[in-house]
Design a protein around this ligand. Structure first.
Ligand SMILES: C[C@H](O)[C@H](O)[C@H]1CNC2=NC(N)=NC(=O)C2=N1
Length: 102
């Protein structure tokens, strides 16, 4: 996994692939890969965040996010390249896996 900045066409195809998975609605906002996850309650939301946090630390790639009760708003960007990289799409995909299992 590299810190290579993705070009616009790269991002388009990576986004299409990511959103082809069930119930996934990632969008690009302010050049960041974003999604708001909604859970049954705070416990489910925080469980999701815990799993993501451990994964993010292992991968050394961290989300910008905020939580209000059952909602977790996520913004992914690779600061190192001031844009998106494969690392953002890898983390997004894994977040979808954790959310569906929550
Ligand atoms: C030193 C360390 O590898 C870097 O600061 C990592 C840590 N986590 C990171 N997370 C994100 N989202 N972008 C980065 O550029 C980044 N850089």
């Amino acid at each position: 996994m590299t810190y290579q900045k993705l070009t616009s066409p790269d991002i388009e195809s990576a986004l299409e692939q990511l959103n082809s998975n069930a119930a996934s609605h990632w969008v690009i906002e302010d050049s960041k890969l974003t999604k708001t996850f909604e859970f049954r309650n705070f416990q489910q939301a925080f469980g999701f965040m815990t799993m993501c946090a451990l994964y993010a630390e292992k991968k050394d790639h961290h989300p910008e996010w905020s939580n209000v009760y059952n909602k977790v708003s996520v913004q992914l960007i690779t600061h190192y390249v001031a844009g998106l990289s494969d690392k953002d799409f890898d983390l997004a995909k894994q977040m979808d896996v954790f959310a569906n299992g929550a």
